[in-house]
Design a protein around this ligand. Structure first.
Ligand SMILES: Cc1cc2nc3c(=O)[nH]c(=O)nc-3n(C[C@H](O)[C@H](O)[C@H](O)COP(=O)(O)O)c2cc1C
Length: 319
C-alpha cells in the first residue's frame, strides 16, 4: 500500500490505542493513523503480540517506536512488518525524563549519526517505509542550521519522510505537557526544510486545529499531522476525505458512527478489553454542539456503570 500522508493523526500515548484508531477509521478512510509510542525494550521483553495488536480495518496505520539501539530497532521493525503495519516511525521528539533515561526521544537530535545508523538498520530490515518524527531543535540547539544539519545527516540513511513538530524540545525543567505548549511554534522553519530538501516528504505538526489551517500548511509542505485537535473533536475527520483528499463526500451521521463503534466496544469487551478505555474515545464526539457537555456526562456515567448494553440506547438517543 502506498501511503498518502497529506493528513495524519499523531501518535499519542494513552490515546491513540487500537480502539481510538478503529473509531477514527470509521470517520475517515484516508487519514494515516499512528500508534502510541512503543519502546523497543517493552516490545522485546514484553508481550509483543498484545502491544502490536491492531484491527485490520485500521489501514493505513503506522507503528511508532522509541529506541536508540540499531539492533533492537531492526528486530522490532521486522516484527512490525510481519504484523502488517504500513510504516514504522521513529520517535525523535519525546522530551519525557523516562525517555531521556532510556536515551531516546528528542535527546537523539543531538546524535544525528546514531539516528542515521538506526534508520539505516531499520530500512535494511524491512520493505515498508521508515520515517522520523522530530522537533525543530533541542534546548539551545535551536537555530535553523542545527535542524538543517540534523535532517541532512539522517536523510543520508535513505529516510524520505520527516514529520516535524514545529517547536523545540526542552530537556530539563518542563514536563512533556509543557513541552507541547510552552516552546513557541515556528512553522517557517519547517517550510524552509521543505524548500531546502524538496526531494523529501515533509509533514508539519504542532498546534494545527482546523481543516482550513491544514490546507494552508499544505501549500508549503506535503502533509499535516494533528494530535490534540483530532482527538478532542474526532468528527472533524468526517471532512478530511473530501476536503484534503478530494474524494466524493460520504455523509456519515454521529448516530451511525456511534452505533457502529458501540457494537465494536461490545464485541471487544467480550474478548476481554476494558470498555472504559474504549468508551473514553467518544467523549469529544459532540464537540461544538450545544449539548456536548450533557453527552460527555452521560459517557462518564456509562463508563462508571457496569453495563454498556443497558445504557447504549440512552447514549444513542443523544446523538
Ligand atoms: C497525550 C499525548 C501523548 C503523546 N504521545 C506521543 C507519543 O507517544 N509519540 C510522539 O511522537 N508524540 C506524542 N505526543 C505528541 C504528539 O504526537 C504531537 O506531536 C503534539 O501533541 C503536537 O501536536 P498537536 O498540537 O496537534 O497536538 C503526544 C501528545 C499528547 C497530547
Amino acid at each position: 500500500m502506498s501511503l498518502d500522508r497529506r493528513f495524519c493523526v499523531a501518535p499519542m500515548m494513552r490515546y491513540t490505542d487500537m480502539h481510538e484508531r478503529f473509531f477514527l477509521r470509521l470517520i475517515s478512510k484516508k487519514a494515516v493513523l499512528y500508534t502510541e509510542m512503543i519502546s523497543t525494550g517493552a516490545l522485546i521483553h514484553g508481550n509483543c503480540d498484545y502491544q502490536l495488536d491492531f484491527n485490520k480495518e485500521e489501514h493505513p496505520v503506522a507503528v511508532q517506536f522509541g529506541g536508540s539501539s540499531p539492533q533492537e530497532l531492526s528486530q522490532c521493525s521486522i516484527k512490525a512488518e510481519k504484523k502488517g503495519y504500513d510504516e514504522i516511525n521513529l520517535n525523535i521528539g519525546c522530551p519525557s525524563e523516562r525517555v531521556q533515561k532510556g536515551n531516546f526521544g528528542v535527546c537523539l537530535m543531538l546524535e544525528p549519526d546514531l539516528v542515521a545508523e538506526c534508520a539505516s538498520k531499520m530500512r535494511n530490515s524491512v520493505d515498508i517505509p521508515v520515517t522520523i518524527k522530530c522537533r525543530t531543535g533541542v534546548d539551545d540547539n535551536d537555530d535553523y542550521e542545527f535542524l538543517k544539519s540534523f535532517i541532512s545527516t539522517v536523510k543520508d540513511s535513505g529516510v524520505k519522510t520527516f514529520i516535524i513538530h514545529a517547536r523545540k524540545g526542552i530537556l530539563k525543567g518542563l514536563s512533556p505537557r509543557q513541552n507541547r505548549n510552552i516552546p513557541p511554534l515556528n512553522y517557517q522553519k519547517v517550510y524552509s526544510i521543505k524548500d531546502d530538501f524538496p526531494e523529501l516528504e515533509i509533514i508539519i505538526n504542532g498546534g494545527i486545529k482546523t481543516i482550513s489551517e491544514a490546507k494552508n500548511h499544505l501549500t508549503y509542505v506535503d502533509g499535516v499531522m494533528l494530535g490534540r485537535a483530532a482527538y478532542d473533536d474526532p468528527f472533524m475527520l468526517s471532512d478530511i476525505d473530501s476536503e484534503i483528499y478530494s474524494n466524493t463526500k460520504v455523509e456519515i451521521s454521529r448516530k451511525d458512527l456511534l452505533t457502529e463503534y458501540l457494537n465494536y466496544v461490545h464485541l471487544m469487551t467480550q474478548k476481554g478489553y476494558d470498555p472504559k478505555i474504549m468508551l473514553k474515545h467518544v467523549f469529544g464526539l459532540k464537540k461544538g454542539e450545544k449539548d456536548a457537555k450533557r453527552f460527555r456526562v452521560k459517557v462518564a456515567e456509562i463508563m462508571n456503570s457496569s453495563s454498556l448494553v443497558k445504557n447504549k440506547d440512552d447514549l444513542l438517543s443523544m446523538v
